[in-house]
Design a binder for this molecule. Structure first.
Ligand code: SF4
Length: 412
């Protein structure tokens, strides 16, 4: 049942799919997506950007998977990401298989660039076996040349036909876990294409104006295209494609949904890691305690609860304040810098106290008041945990070996 909105048109009744833990379509809240700009092989840099995007309002993040190093990076990123990761695949079906091996929550395939039916069906079969959805990401700028010729250009009929043809290939292997986008840099073309597609199928739709450019024009084009469709009830997940820091994309997406009354406004911005093999605490329970305590105080800050001191402060370095667990201690940090180490049983109350001080005194003052031994103690705890648990607690290296083996087989 589609959720009602303040608009005269109800939301389109689309089928629901799950991108990791995020429901898309079928009346689920419209989700915000963005894409990293780092090299996916740069695991720490990409994770820091993913956390920053999460903090800015992204529900789902896409990373490029353009070579073997990127696929291996995904194997290391996925278990540590706070949001579901989508692998963006263009020319090489092997990269889609490798991304599945890495454990991504969704694939994006561009039908204009990945054209062989046998390869497309192979990827869809494997995605089906693993329960991973795929976005058919049609783009006016990279439309299949046959369709371009048939229609004499990138027109709505051509974009929709491209998407439906790919959908029919998926259907041949019984794969239905799909969402579709038909993006164009022209706002009228994009709007008409989505309207036509919305009539043709009940598959959930991912909206976007591609290559919208830098703000303010990029923001205006995206808001016009995405906003028009959302007001008509069309669209289940959105992305602003700006020539800007991707944080701006996530913020804009979130703000548009709030402005249209499609998402609730956020007060305290609490982010928390998903927890993985490195977790030293029950992240869900600690995050809940922190949320209960801080929400009442109505402080306009972003706070992170991280499961381990090995990676937590770095992953959440954009947060105003955070706590990372380890060795039965809480490591308090401001903007990624450790300021105090406290016993685990007092970590929530210390975090709340620091949040109040931070709101009152500001970042610089609180950094200046940091315990000078805290960073060293945290580094020692981090080193001890690494020694104790090893460097591959998430089995990422096993997946990397599988990716290498798989790509070697596909290449032979
Ligand atoms: S437990 Fe540590 S490495 Fe794992 S997701 Fe949380 S902060 Fe990242």
């Amino acid at each position: 049942m589609a959720r009602q909105t303040g608009f005269s048109k109800p939301r389109r009744d689309s089928r629901q799919i799950m991108v990791g833990k995020v429901a898309v379509g079928g009346g689920a809240p419209v989700s915000v997506q963005s894409m990293t700009t780092t090299k996916t092989s740069d695991v720490e840099g990409t994770l820091a950007q993913i956390y920053a995007l999460y903090g800015a309002g992204a529900d789902i993040v896409r990373c490029t998977c353009n070579d073997a190093e990127a696929a291996e990076g995904l194997a290391r990123i996925v278990p540590r990401s706070p949001v579901p990761i989508v692998a963006d695949v263009h020319f090489h079906y092997e990269m889609a298989l490798a991304a599945l091996e890495a454990g991504v929550a969704c694939l994006r395939l561009n039908p204009g660039n990945l054209r062989k039916p046998a390869e497309i069906k192979l990827v869809a079969s494997e995605a089906k076996d693993r329960g991973v959805p795929i976005r058919i990401g049609v783009n006016a700028g990279s439309l299949h040349p046959d369709l371009y010729e048939k229609y004499g250009g990138a027109v709505p009929e051509a974009l929709v036909e491209s998407a439906l043809y790919e959908l029919s290939l998926f259907g041949e292997v019984g794969f239905e876990d799909v969402k579709i986008s038909v993006k164009a840099s022209s706002v009228p073309l994009m709007i008409e294409s989505y309207r036509m597609l919305a009539e043709a199928t009940n598959v959930p739709l991912h909206l976007g104006v591609t290559e919208a450019g830098p703000p303010p024009a990029g923001l205006i084009k995206s808001s016009a295209g995405i906003g028009t469709l959302l007001a008509e009830g069309i669209g289940d997940t959105i992305r602003y494609s700006l020539t800007a820091d991707p944080i701006e994309e996530a913020k804009a997406g979130r703000q548009l949904l709030e402005a249209l009354g499609l998402r609730d406004r956020v007060g305290l911005d609490l982010i928390a890691c998903p927890s993985c093999g490195r977790t030293e605490i029950d992240v869900i329970s600690v995050a809940r305690q922190v949320q209960d305590a801080l929400e009442k105080l109505k402080l306009p800050i972003q706070v992170a609860v991280m499961g381990c001191v090995v990676n937590g402060p770095g992953e959440a370095r954009e947060a105003d304040l955070g706590i990372a667990a380890g060795k039965h201690k809480g490591h308090l940090f401001i903007k990624g810098k450790i300021i105090r180490v406290v016993p685990e049983e007092r970590m929530v109350e210390e975090l709340v106290r620091e949040a109040q001080n931070l709101a009152k005194e500001g970042v610089e003052a609180r950094l200046a008041a940091a315990d000078e031994n805290a960073a060293r103690e945290a580094e020692m705890d981090r080193a001890e945990l690494l020694e104790l648990k090893g460097s591959d607690v998430n089995n990422s290296e096993t997946k990397v070996s599988l990716i290498r083996k798989r790509l070697a087989e596909e290449g032979s």
